[in-house]
Design a binder for this molecule. Structure first.
Ligand SMILES: C[S@@+](CC[C@H](N)C(=O)[O-])C[C@H]1O[C@@H](n2cnc3c(N)ncnc32)[C@H](O)[C@@H]1O
Length: 346
Protein backbone atom coordinates (compact mmCIF):
# COMPACT_ATOMS: atom_id res chain seq x y z
CA UNK A 1 0.00 0.00 0.00
CA UNK A 2 1.39 3.44 -0.91
CA UNK A 3 2.12 5.86 1.90
CA UNK A 4 -0.48 8.29 0.66
CA UNK A 5 -3.19 5.63 0.90
CA UNK A 6 -2.30 4.71 4.48
CA UNK A 7 -2.49 8.37 5.39
CA UNK A 8 -5.98 8.80 4.00
CA UNK A 9 -7.31 5.72 5.76
CA UNK A 10 -6.92 7.12 9.27
CA UNK A 11 -8.08 10.66 8.75
CA UNK A 12 -9.65 11.22 12.18
CA UNK A 13 -9.97 14.88 13.08
CA UNK A 14 -8.65 15.23 16.61
CA UNK A 15 -7.66 18.13 18.80
CA UNK A 16 -4.41 18.40 20.80
CA UNK A 17 -5.80 16.05 23.49
CA UNK A 18 -6.72 13.42 20.94
CA UNK A 19 -10.49 14.08 21.22
CA UNK A 20 -12.68 14.41 18.14
CA UNK A 21 -12.58 18.04 16.93
CA UNK A 22 -16.07 18.81 15.57
CA UNK A 23 -15.28 22.38 14.58
CA UNK A 24 -12.23 21.46 12.60
CA UNK A 25 -14.06 18.62 10.88
CA UNK A 26 -16.89 20.98 9.95
CA UNK A 27 -14.43 23.55 8.64
CA UNK A 28 -12.79 20.95 6.49
CA UNK A 29 -16.31 20.10 5.24
CA UNK A 30 -15.76 16.38 4.94
CA UNK A 31 -18.62 13.96 5.57
CA UNK A 32 -18.74 12.72 9.16
CA UNK A 33 -20.26 9.41 10.28
CA UNK A 34 -20.37 8.47 13.98
CA UNK A 35 -17.73 11.06 14.82
CA UNK A 36 -15.36 9.88 12.12
CA UNK A 37 -14.58 11.67 8.91
CA UNK A 38 -15.56 9.58 5.92
CA UNK A 39 -13.12 9.50 3.09
CA UNK A 40 -15.41 9.15 0.11
CA UNK A 41 -12.46 7.91 -1.98
CA UNK A 42 -12.40 4.92 0.34
CA UNK A 43 -16.01 3.85 -0.25
CA UNK A 44 -16.60 0.55 -2.01
CA UNK A 45 -18.31 0.53 -5.40
CA UNK A 46 -21.60 -0.40 -3.79
CA UNK A 47 -21.43 2.47 -1.26
CA UNK A 48 -22.50 6.05 -1.79
CA UNK A 49 -22.32 9.01 0.57
CA UNK A 50 -25.69 10.79 0.94
CA UNK A 51 -25.34 14.38 2.10
CA UNK A 52 -26.41 14.72 5.71
CA UNK A 53 -27.57 11.10 5.98
CA UNK A 54 -24.47 8.94 5.85
CA UNK A 55 -23.39 6.03 3.70
CA UNK A 56 -25.96 4.19 1.61
CA UNK A 57 -25.27 0.64 0.47
CA UNK A 58 -26.64 -0.01 -3.03
CA UNK A 59 -27.14 -3.68 -2.03
CA UNK A 60 -29.88 -2.63 0.44
CA UNK A 61 -32.99 -4.61 -0.52
CA UNK A 62 -35.07 -3.73 2.55
CA UNK A 63 -35.31 0.06 2.47
CA UNK A 64 -33.60 3.28 1.38
CA UNK A 65 -31.88 3.92 4.71
CA UNK A 66 -28.19 4.64 5.16
CA UNK A 67 -26.17 2.62 7.67
CA UNK A 68 -26.59 5.29 10.31
CA UNK A 69 -30.37 5.48 9.77
CA UNK A 70 -30.65 1.67 9.69
CA UNK A 71 -28.98 1.42 13.09
CA UNK A 72 -31.55 3.78 14.60
CA UNK A 73 -34.43 2.02 12.80
CA UNK A 74 -33.63 -1.33 14.43
CA UNK A 75 -34.15 0.02 17.95
CA UNK A 76 -36.86 -2.20 19.44
CA UNK A 77 -38.67 0.62 21.26
CA UNK A 78 -40.25 3.50 19.35
CA UNK A 79 -40.50 6.25 21.94
CA UNK A 80 -41.32 9.12 19.62
CA UNK A 81 -44.10 11.49 20.53
CA UNK A 82 -46.22 11.97 17.42
CA UNK A 83 -48.01 15.32 17.54
CA UNK A 84 -51.78 15.37 16.92
CA UNK A 85 -51.47 16.56 13.32
CA UNK A 86 -52.73 15.72 9.81
CA UNK A 87 -56.33 16.63 10.77
CA UNK A 88 -56.09 14.72 14.03
CA UNK A 89 -59.46 16.00 15.29
CA UNK A 90 -61.24 14.66 12.24
CA UNK A 91 -59.39 11.35 12.28
CA UNK A 92 -60.18 10.95 16.00
CA UNK A 93 -63.81 10.27 15.09
CA UNK A 94 -62.53 6.79 14.32
CA UNK A 95 -61.00 6.02 17.71
CA UNK A 96 -58.49 3.44 16.43
CA UNK A 97 -56.53 5.74 14.13
CA UNK A 98 -52.74 5.64 14.02
CA UNK A 99 -50.44 8.65 13.58
CA UNK A 100 -49.61 9.02 9.87
CA UNK A 101 -46.05 10.02 10.75
CA UNK A 102 -45.55 6.80 12.73
CA UNK A 103 -46.85 4.90 9.70
CA UNK A 104 -44.48 6.87 7.45
CA UNK A 105 -41.63 5.92 9.76
CA UNK A 106 -42.51 2.21 9.55
CA UNK A 107 -43.01 2.43 5.77
CA UNK A 108 -39.53 3.98 5.54
CA UNK A 109 -38.07 1.01 7.46
CA UNK A 110 -39.70 -1.71 5.37
CA UNK A 111 -40.03 -0.41 1.81
CA UNK A 112 -38.29 1.60 -0.86
CA UNK A 113 -39.43 4.67 -2.79
CA UNK A 114 -41.94 3.66 -5.45
CA UNK A 115 -42.99 0.47 -3.65
CA UNK A 116 -46.64 -0.35 -3.00
CA UNK A 117 -48.05 -0.62 0.53
CA UNK A 118 -51.32 -2.41 1.29
CA UNK A 119 -53.50 -1.81 4.36
CA UNK A 120 -56.45 -4.25 4.36
CA UNK A 121 -57.97 -2.67 7.52
CA UNK A 122 -57.37 0.94 6.54
CA UNK A 123 -59.73 2.88 8.86
CA UNK A 124 -59.33 6.60 8.15
CA UNK A 125 -56.07 6.02 6.36
CA UNK A 126 -53.11 6.33 8.76
CA UNK A 127 -51.10 4.05 6.47
CA UNK A 128 -52.24 5.79 3.27
CA UNK A 129 -51.41 9.24 4.62
CA UNK A 130 -48.04 7.90 5.85
CA UNK A 131 -47.24 6.59 2.37
CA UNK A 132 -47.98 10.05 0.94
CA UNK A 133 -45.91 11.80 3.61
CA UNK A 134 -42.88 9.73 2.55
CA UNK A 135 -42.72 11.83 -0.63
CA UNK A 136 -41.99 14.98 1.34
CA UNK A 137 -40.45 13.74 4.57
CA UNK A 138 -38.89 10.40 3.64
CA UNK A 139 -36.97 8.88 0.79
CA UNK A 140 -39.83 9.10 -1.72
CA UNK A 141 -43.50 8.40 -2.15
CA UNK A 142 -44.97 4.93 -1.93
CA UNK A 143 -48.19 3.93 -3.65
CA UNK A 144 -50.77 2.74 -1.14
CA UNK A 145 -53.95 0.68 -1.39
CA UNK A 146 -56.41 0.61 1.51
CA UNK A 147 -59.47 -1.61 2.13
CA UNK A 148 -62.12 -0.42 4.54
CA UNK A 149 -65.58 -1.93 4.92
CA UNK A 150 -67.14 1.03 6.74
CA UNK A 151 -68.07 3.72 4.23
CA UNK A 152 -67.97 6.36 6.94
CA UNK A 153 -64.19 5.90 7.29
CA UNK A 154 -63.66 5.78 3.53
CA UNK A 155 -65.40 9.15 3.21
CA UNK A 156 -63.57 10.56 6.20
CA UNK A 157 -60.20 9.70 4.64
CA UNK A 158 -61.21 11.78 1.58
CA UNK A 159 -62.23 14.71 3.80
CA UNK A 160 -59.02 14.49 5.84
CA UNK A 161 -56.93 14.58 2.66
CA UNK A 162 -58.89 17.51 1.24
CA UNK A 163 -58.61 19.61 4.42
CA UNK A 164 -54.98 18.69 4.97
CA UNK A 165 -54.12 19.77 1.43
CA UNK A 166 -55.97 23.08 1.88
CA UNK A 167 -53.83 23.69 4.98
CA UNK A 168 -50.64 22.61 3.23
CA UNK A 169 -51.29 24.91 0.27
CA UNK A 170 -51.98 27.79 2.68
CA UNK A 171 -48.58 27.08 4.29
CA UNK A 172 -46.93 27.00 0.86
CA UNK A 173 -46.30 23.23 1.04
CA UNK A 174 -46.87 20.69 -1.72
CA UNK A 175 -50.10 18.67 -1.31
CA UNK A 176 -50.17 15.03 -0.21
CA UNK A 177 -50.91 12.53 -2.98
CA UNK A 178 -54.29 10.84 -2.92
CA UNK A 179 -54.00 7.08 -2.39
CA UNK A 180 -56.22 4.23 -3.52
CA UNK A 181 -58.82 3.71 -0.75
CA UNK A 182 -61.30 0.95 -1.68
CA UNK A 183 -64.63 0.36 0.03
CA UNK A 184 -65.50 -3.23 0.87
CA UNK A 185 -64.55 -6.37 2.77
CA UNK A 186 -60.85 -7.19 2.65
CA UNK A 187 -61.67 -10.88 2.09
CA UNK A 188 -63.23 -9.91 -1.27
CA UNK A 189 -60.98 -6.99 -2.25
CA UNK A 190 -57.75 -8.95 -1.76
CA UNK A 191 -58.75 -11.00 -4.81
CA UNK A 192 -58.04 -7.93 -7.00
CA UNK A 193 -54.43 -7.63 -5.81
CA UNK A 194 -52.07 -9.72 -7.95
CA UNK A 195 -49.76 -12.28 -6.31
CA UNK A 196 -46.54 -10.61 -5.11
CA UNK A 197 -48.18 -7.28 -6.05
CA UNK A 198 -47.18 -5.29 -2.95
CA UNK A 199 -43.86 -4.91 -1.16
CA UNK A 200 -45.26 -4.06 2.28
CA UNK A 201 -48.45 -4.87 4.14
CA UNK A 202 -48.88 -2.45 7.06
CA UNK A 203 -52.06 -2.71 9.08
CA UNK A 204 -53.80 -2.33 12.38
CA UNK A 205 -56.10 -5.27 13.05
CA UNK A 206 -59.70 -4.96 14.28
CA UNK A 207 -60.59 -6.47 17.68
CA UNK A 208 -63.83 -8.02 18.73
CA UNK A 209 -66.82 -5.82 17.88
CA UNK A 210 -64.38 -3.15 16.81
CA UNK A 211 -66.98 -1.21 14.91
CA UNK A 212 -69.01 -0.57 18.04
CA UNK A 213 -65.87 0.41 19.92
CA UNK A 214 -64.79 2.85 17.26
CA UNK A 215 -68.12 4.60 17.21
CA UNK A 216 -68.17 4.98 20.98
CA UNK A 217 -66.30 8.16 21.67
CA UNK A 218 -67.01 8.26 25.40
CA UNK A 219 -63.96 6.78 27.09
CA UNK A 220 -65.91 5.08 29.88
CA UNK A 221 -68.31 3.48 27.47
CA UNK A 222 -65.42 2.34 25.34
CA UNK A 223 -63.85 0.58 28.30
CA UNK A 224 -67.11 -1.06 29.23
CA UNK A 225 -67.83 -2.22 25.73
CA UNK A 226 -64.30 -3.57 25.35
CA UNK A 227 -64.69 -5.63 28.50
CA UNK A 228 -68.12 -6.75 27.36
CA UNK A 229 -66.65 -7.99 24.13
CA UNK A 230 -64.16 -10.09 26.06
CA UNK A 231 -66.92 -11.51 28.22
CA UNK A 232 -68.75 -12.53 25.12
CA UNK A 233 -65.65 -14.42 24.09
CA UNK A 234 -65.70 -16.40 27.31
CA UNK A 235 -69.21 -17.69 27.25
CA UNK A 236 -69.23 -18.10 23.50
CA UNK A 237 -72.24 -15.85 23.02
CA UNK A 238 -72.78 -15.11 19.37
CA UNK A 239 -74.36 -11.79 18.51
CA UNK A 240 -74.92 -10.13 15.19
CA UNK A 241 -72.75 -7.10 14.55
CA UNK A 242 -74.88 -4.07 13.69
CA UNK A 243 -72.85 -3.25 10.65
CA UNK A 244 -71.62 -6.31 8.88
CA UNK A 245 -73.84 -9.11 10.10
CA UNK A 246 -70.69 -10.99 11.05
CA UNK A 247 -71.07 -12.54 14.51
CA UNK A 248 -69.28 -11.38 17.63
CA UNK A 249 -66.64 -14.01 18.15
CA UNK A 250 -64.66 -15.70 20.85
CA UNK A 251 -60.98 -14.87 21.08
CA UNK A 252 -60.17 -18.23 19.50
CA UNK A 253 -62.49 -17.48 16.59
CA UNK A 254 -61.03 -14.03 16.17
CA UNK A 255 -57.49 -15.48 16.10
CA UNK A 256 -58.56 -18.10 13.58
CA UNK A 257 -60.20 -15.46 11.39
CA UNK A 258 -57.12 -13.23 11.50
CA UNK A 259 -54.79 -16.16 10.79
CA UNK A 260 -56.86 -17.16 7.74
CA UNK A 261 -56.94 -13.58 6.47
CA UNK A 262 -53.17 -13.16 6.82
CA UNK A 263 -52.60 -16.45 5.06
CA UNK A 264 -54.45 -14.98 2.07
CA UNK A 265 -52.85 -11.51 2.44
CA UNK A 266 -49.35 -13.07 2.38
CA UNK A 267 -49.90 -14.19 -1.21
CA UNK A 268 -50.10 -10.54 -2.23
CA UNK A 269 -46.71 -9.68 -0.70
CA UNK A 270 -43.57 -9.97 -2.81
CA UNK A 271 -40.90 -12.47 -1.71
CA UNK A 272 -38.63 -9.84 -0.17
CA UNK A 273 -41.47 -7.88 1.37
CA UNK A 274 -42.66 -7.54 4.96
CA UNK A 275 -45.93 -7.72 6.88
CA UNK A 276 -46.19 -5.25 9.76
CA UNK A 277 -49.09 -5.36 12.22
CA UNK A 278 -50.17 -3.03 15.04
CA UNK A 279 -51.71 -4.90 17.97
CA UNK A 280 -52.28 -3.78 21.54
CA UNK A 281 -52.33 -6.12 24.54
CA UNK A 282 -55.21 -5.89 27.04
CA UNK A 283 -55.98 -6.47 30.68
CA UNK A 284 -59.19 -8.06 31.91
CA UNK A 285 -60.46 -10.16 34.80
CA UNK A 286 -57.19 -9.68 36.68
CA UNK A 287 -55.28 -11.18 33.83
CA UNK A 288 -52.98 -9.80 31.15
CA UNK A 289 -54.18 -10.74 27.67
CA UNK A 290 -51.02 -11.15 25.61
CA UNK A 291 -52.85 -10.57 22.34
CA UNK A 292 -49.70 -9.61 20.45
CA UNK A 293 -48.00 -12.92 21.23
CA UNK A 294 -51.16 -14.92 20.53
CA UNK A 295 -51.77 -13.16 17.23
CA UNK A 296 -48.13 -13.60 16.19
CA UNK A 297 -48.27 -17.35 16.83
CA UNK A 298 -51.67 -17.71 15.13
CA UNK A 299 -50.41 -15.90 12.01
CA UNK A 300 -47.15 -17.88 11.96
CA UNK A 301 -49.01 -21.17 12.22
CA UNK A 302 -51.33 -20.38 9.29
CA UNK A 303 -49.37 -18.16 6.91
CA UNK A 304 -45.89 -18.59 5.43
CA UNK A 305 -44.67 -15.75 7.63
CA UNK A 306 -41.92 -15.67 10.27
CA UNK A 307 -41.90 -13.19 13.11
CA UNK A 308 -38.74 -11.12 12.65
CA UNK A 309 -39.25 -8.43 15.28
CA UNK A 310 -41.61 -6.82 17.73
CA UNK A 311 -41.40 -3.07 18.15
CA UNK A 312 -42.91 -1.60 21.28
CA UNK A 313 -44.48 1.75 20.43
CA UNK A 314 -44.51 3.73 23.65
CA UNK A 315 -47.05 6.51 23.37
CA UNK A 316 -46.14 9.23 25.87
CA UNK A 317 -49.38 11.10 25.21
CA UNK A 318 -51.54 8.34 26.76
CA UNK A 319 -53.07 9.22 30.14
CA UNK A 320 -52.26 7.08 33.17
CA UNK A 321 -55.23 5.59 35.03
CA UNK A 322 -55.33 4.27 38.58
CA UNK A 323 -57.43 1.17 38.03
CA UNK A 324 -56.56 -1.22 40.85
CA UNK A 325 -55.23 1.01 43.64
CA UNK A 326 -54.69 0.10 46.45
CA UNK A 327 -55.66 -3.56 46.23
CA UNK A 328 -54.59 -4.95 42.90
CA UNK A 329 -51.87 -4.18 40.41
CA UNK A 330 -53.38 -3.26 37.07
CA UNK A 331 -51.08 -2.01 34.31
CA UNK A 332 -51.71 1.33 32.65
CA UNK A 333 -51.20 0.46 29.01
CA UNK A 334 -49.13 3.15 27.32
CA UNK A 335 -47.72 0.97 24.58
CA UNK A 336 -48.74 -1.01 21.55
CA UNK A 337 -46.87 -3.74 19.75
CA UNK A 338 -45.82 -3.63 16.14
CA UNK A 339 -45.22 -7.17 14.87
CA UNK A 340 -42.86 -7.50 11.91
CA UNK A 341 -43.00 -10.64 9.76
CA UNK A 342 -40.91 -11.64 6.79
CA UNK A 343 -41.97 -14.13 4.16
CA UNK A 344 -40.84 -17.61 5.08
CA UNK A 345 -38.16 -19.25 3.01
CA UNK A 346 -38.10 -16.43 0.55
C1 LIG B 1 -58.01 -0.65 14.02
S1 LIG B 1 -58.87 0.02 12.70
C2 LIG B 1 -57.64 0.69 11.64
C3 LIG B 1 -57.35 2.15 11.90
C4 LIG B 1 -56.30 2.72 10.95
N1 LIG B 1 -55.00 2.24 11.29
C5 LIG B 1 -56.30 4.24 10.94
O1 LIG B 1 -55.22 4.85 11.08
O2 LIG B 1 -57.38 4.82 10.78
C6 LIG B 1 -59.44 -1.39 11.86
C7 LIG B 1 -60.40 -1.08 10.70
O3 LIG B 1 -60.66 -2.28 10.00
C8 LIG B 1 -61.98 -2.21 9.47
N2 LIG B 1 -62.38 -3.58 9.17
C9 LIG B 1 -62.71 -4.57 10.04
N3 LIG B 1 -62.98 -5.71 9.40
C10 LIG B 1 -62.80 -5.44 8.06
C11 LIG B 1 -62.91 -6.22 6.88
N4 LIG B 1 -63.25 -7.51 6.93
N5 LIG B 1 -62.63 -5.63 5.69
C12 LIG B 1 -62.27 -4.34 5.62
N6 LIG B 1 -62.18 -3.54 6.72
C13 LIG B 1 -62.43 -4.09 7.92
C14 LIG B 1 -62.77 -1.55 10.58
O4 LIG B 1 -63.94 -0.94 10.07
C15 LIG B 1 -61.74 -0.53 11.12
O5 LIG B 1 -61.93 0.74 10.56
Amino acid sequence: MADGDRHRQSRLVTDDDGAFDVERAQEEALPIEDGEVIDTDELADHQRYVEGRGVYDERNRVNDLTGREWKYATKSVIDEGYPPDVQHDLRSEHGGQKPPRLCADLIGRFSKAGDTVLDPFAGVGGTLLGASLCEHEGTGRREAIGFERNERWVDLYATVLERENEDRRARGEAPLASQDMRHGDCADLIEDVPADGVELLLTDVPYWRMDELEQTRNEHETRESKLGAFDASDDGTVEESSETSSPTRTKAEWLEDMAGKFERFAEAVSPEGHVVVFIGDMYRDQSYEFLSAELARAIESAAPLTLAANFVWYDPTKDLHVYGYPFSFVPSMVHQNVLVFRLEGR
